[in-house]
Design a protein around this ligand. Structure first.
Ligand SMILES: *[C@@H]1O[C@H](CO)[C@@H](O)[C@H](O)[C@H]1NC(C)=O
Ligand SMILES: *[C@@H]1O[C@H](CO)[C@@H](O)[C@H](O)[C@H]1NC(C)=O
Length: 820
């Protein structure tokens, strides 16, 4: 996770990379003209050359500006119709709006949106807050999917202070437009909070295309019928509430110009009405038909509202008009039967896939694991739009081509969009559950590669996604990398597919290969260091003013300390290991599809060579792997001196500045932590080496990384341990425990415990202890707080940062299952 994206530095000297576009044509043309030269009309020729090269130069410049947004010129893996109702009806509909507490849409660019909202009437807060997008500020005590199979159904629970909401959905395939689904929403009071009155709302909104008509029964919105190009005719019926007390029905029929403005529209459409006959209790009710005159083509959003005493329950039934031979309506008992059927199948498959009983976990622990995995699967979204990108040739950011992305997200509340390096970790888990889903996700990501071989690392696609990111962080720069973690799930998928006789598998490998090749070349050329066979992350600030240690957002490890003075000569050990890993897997894929693998094998051999690794990255004095660069530990942040002759009351706000108190020198960087572990994490260290022995010892040392809750990111003894990076920028990867890195560590320990060598026993002992620590702390915190967290505090084990964070923290399921 990179907290927030790119640092913009347009005049950064740190540029070594030119787009690999063929400009020979143009050069060639001007050359061939010159061959007609005759002395007599030399002046004319001279002029022509100037004009032609002028035009050539202009065209060249224009082309350079465009390069960043040209898709790679090989067959896309996904056809444009690959997610359509005809080609892939199974996963056409889904809860693909992870940024919402509950919403449904299709995997198509302009899907109508369906979503759930609620509010507590007569609450202390005025106006009562409307719950819609997942928001930590709502302070729900808990929420997340308990079961979700990524295809057929999902069961979610949300907890307010005084009541619980359950959202369940089931799909049914049929007809030509993706079939039906039904959602059931039930509310139950907690303890004795029966007095609570809640409004449940459910809406449908069109994305620029189609029509909607309301059906009213005694002024109750009973159904919406509609049609769109892709869905054909459809209907959405709202049941009467099922509860012991009477309820009030209201609705809104309106027009919204942008789909990220639905919450505002609804909030503004509330009117105060009388709840009781005596007119003493006012409640908030939607105001009926409110279609602004300037709306083109009538209403595009309809919202159903029912206000109920607890407990209560409603059903929302979506039916596709083309589904003509449906046996019955998916509601009531039929809905319950289907839900039970899928839920039972889910339990069986979960047991078979992860076998947690055999690992000694009790049913409460297993329910936790189901919830962790389901929230990762249920957090999968479908996004469509253009990234905003910039290269050194663009004065201003420009739009990438509009593209679709089917992807999981790190956090439904805080990071509800695609992140490149998170996604590799996500798919380690997803691919175990459903490799079809995983391959589909990976294909979508690989289709985002541009002609240079670059993939923007944060995918902010569509209005809803953009609405959540401050403008200055939206732009993605094309010299910036991010760890190519998509190779991690590929490693296993490829080894499975190599032996497979299914032509689909071969086709998958064949279609990803040319893209992976280009992707690899991009890393191997744009991120290389100044010395042969060294690598360096781009995107660091060469002239930091406020940062104790300039961040390396591109590495994914944000503020993990690197050289204090970024230069082109530094070398980063983690990046080297990532590229080594990638070259090894590419060699495998090349072999599997019958292509020449020798270059990848050669690169893999050099990059995994322990002698060379030690020459470049083993710090003999401290006996550990490290980055190398221009560095000093003697830097601090100080308040700048106020400018002279300014009255103290008129002083501008002054941020602390970086003060360097000793000349930096080239050296290994004194920051033992996750970065130092990489040669081990990715299993390059020789099992019989002193290096492995030393590293294993260091792992267990509580003064360094060891805690009772998992491995902390930076040693307690490191100079920047737990330090702010600027006056306002708190530590992020400087002490806290992160689950993706603990997962890799456990994978490596497990590997060395099983690989013939001198330290198998030692590795195994540490493995067992670390695994227990990580699993028991995450479960303990889930029970205490209701959530899985972004990080865990290294002193208390408490969950920290954003939540729910069921991106890579959900890898705890694989740790429980011992699947690495
Ligand atoms: C999907 O698109 C491909 C390529 O354009 C085409 O060959 C195929 O027939 C289409 N499939 C369907 C079901 O429309
Ligand atoms: C990676 O880059 C190095 C040069 O830095 C080159 O020698 C090697 O062949 C490249 N590997 C591949 C597979 O292209």
């Amino acid at each position: 996770m990179s907290k927030h994206s790119e640092i913009r530095k347009r005049n950064n000297p740190d540029r070594t990379h030119d787009p690999k576009i063929k400009i020979n044509d143009l050069k060639h043309k001007s050359k061939s003209k010159q061959s007609f030269t005759k002395p007599s009309n030399l002046a004319t020729i001279f002029l022509m050359v100037i004009v032609i090269s002028g035009i050539g130069y202009w065209r060249y410049q224009t082309m350079l500006k465009e390069v960043v947004k040209i898709p790679l010129g090989v067959h896309k893996i996904n056809q444009d119709n690959s997610t359509s109702a005809t080609v892939n009806p199974d996963r056409f509909w889904g809860s693909y709006r992870p940024n919402l507490y509950f919403g449904m849409k299709t995997r198509s660019p302009q899907s109508p949106l369906f979503g759930f909202m609620w509010l507590t009437q007569f609450a202390r807060e005025m106006p009562p807050p409307v719950r819609h997008w997942c928001d930590q500020g709502d302070s729900l005590q808990k929420y997340g999917w308990l079961k979700h199979d990524g295809v057929n159904f999902g069961i979610q629970e949300l907890e307010e202070r005084t009541y619980k909401i359950r959202t369940e959905f089931v799909k049914r395939i049929g007809g030509q437009h993706g079939g039906d689904w039904t959602a059931r929403i039930s509310v139950t009071p907690k303890g004795s909070a029966k007095e609570t009155v809640v409004s449940l709302m459910f809406y449908v909104a069109l994305d620029g295309q189609g029509t909607l008509q309301q059906e009213l029964i005694k002024n109750r919105l009973s159904a919406v019928t509609g049609s769109s190009e892709e869905l054909g005719d459809f209907s959405l019926s709202f049941s009467k509430q099922k509860g012991p007390n009477s309820a009030k029905y209201n609705h809104l029929i309106s027009y919204v110009s942008r789909l990220d403005k639905i919450t505002d529209l609804v909030k503004n459409a509330f009117q105060v009405k009388a709840w009781d006959k005596e007119h003493t209790l006012p409640f908030f009710a939607l105001g009926g038909r409110l279609v602004p005159r300037e709306s083109p083509g009538g209403p595009n959003i309809m919202v159903y509202q029912v206000t109920v005493h607890l407990p209560s329950e409603i059903e929302i039934v979506y039916e596709s008009g083309s589904f003509v031979n449906r046996p019955n309506t998916l509601s009531g008992d039929i809905f319950q039967q289907e839900l039970t059927k899928y839920s039972t199948a889910f339990d069986k498959r979960f047991t078979k896939t992860f076998a947690l009983e055999e690992k000694g976990y009790n049913s409460a622990d297993i329910d936790f694991a189901k919830a962790a995995m389901s929230n990762m699967i249920g957090g999968i979204g479908y996004f469509y739009g253009s990234s905003v990108v910039q290269s050194r040739y663009n004065d201003k950011p420009i739009e990438y081509w509009p593209a679709a992305l089917y992807t999981a997200v790190p956090s439904r509340s805080f990071f509800p969009r695609g992140f490149l390096w998170d996604e590799g970790f996500h798919n380690l888990l997803i691919s175990r559950w459903d490799s079809t889903i995983s391959k589909d996700i990976l294909s979508h990501w690989f289709d985002l590669i541009n002609i240079e071989g670059w993939i923007p690392r944060e995918q902010i696609l569509g209005d809803e996604a953009r609405a959540r990111v401050p403008v200055e962080f939206v732009v993605q720069h094309n010299e910036n990398a991010n760890p190519p973690t998509l190779f991690l799930p590929l490693q296993r998928l490829v080894s499975e597919m190599k032996g497979s006789t299914d032509p689909k598998d071969r086709h998958f490998l064949e279609s990803i290969f040319p893209r992976l090749k280009t992707w690899f070349d991009w890393y191997n050329s744009t991120q290389r260091g100044s010395q042969p066979l060294t690598y360096r992350w781009r995107g660091r600030d060469f002239h930091p003013k406020h940062e104790l240690n300039p961040k390396t957002l591109t590495s994914g490890l944000d503020d993990f300390p690197r050289a204090s003075h970024p230069t082109v000569d530094e070398r980063h050990v983690d990046l080297r290991c990532w590229i080594a890993l990638a070259s090894g897997i590419l060699a495998d894929i090349a072999d599997a599809v019958g292509k020449d693998s020798s270059e990848y094998k050669a690169t893999y051999a050099v990059l995994s060579d322990n002698k060379l690794l030690q020459t470049l990255h083993w710090w003999p004095q401290k006996q550990r792997f490290a980055d190398y660069g221009l560095h000093t530990d003697k830097i601090s942040l100080v308040k700048p001196k106020p400018p002279p002759n300014v009255h103290p009351n008129n002083l501008p706000p002054m941020q602390k500045e970086r003060m360097v108190k000793a000349e930096p020198t080239y050296q290994f960087i004194n920051a033992f932590g996750y970065v130092s572990l990489f040669p081990f994490l990715l299993k390059f260290v020789d099992p019989n080496s002193v290096q492995l022995f030393k590293l294993l010892g260091d792992l267990k040392n509580p003064d360094l990384l060891w805690t009772n809750f998992g491995l902390r990111s930076l040693a307690r003894t490191a100079p920047l341990y737990n330090r702010h990076n600027t006056e306002h920028d708190p530590p992020y990867w400087r002490g806290a425990i992160w689950i993706n890195m603990n997962y890799l560590t456990l994978g490596a320990l497990n590997h060395y415990a099983k690989t013939e060598g001198q330290y198998q026993k030692l590795a195994n002992g540490i493995y067992t202890e670390l695994r227990n620590n990580v699993v028991s702390n995450i479960i303990k915190e889930y029970r205490r707080t209701g959530y899985i967290w972004e990080q865990y505090d290294d002193k208390s084990g408490n969950g920290k940062g954003s939540h729910p964070f069921t991106g890579w923290s959900a890898l705890v399921v694989l740790i429980m299952a011992e699947e690495y």
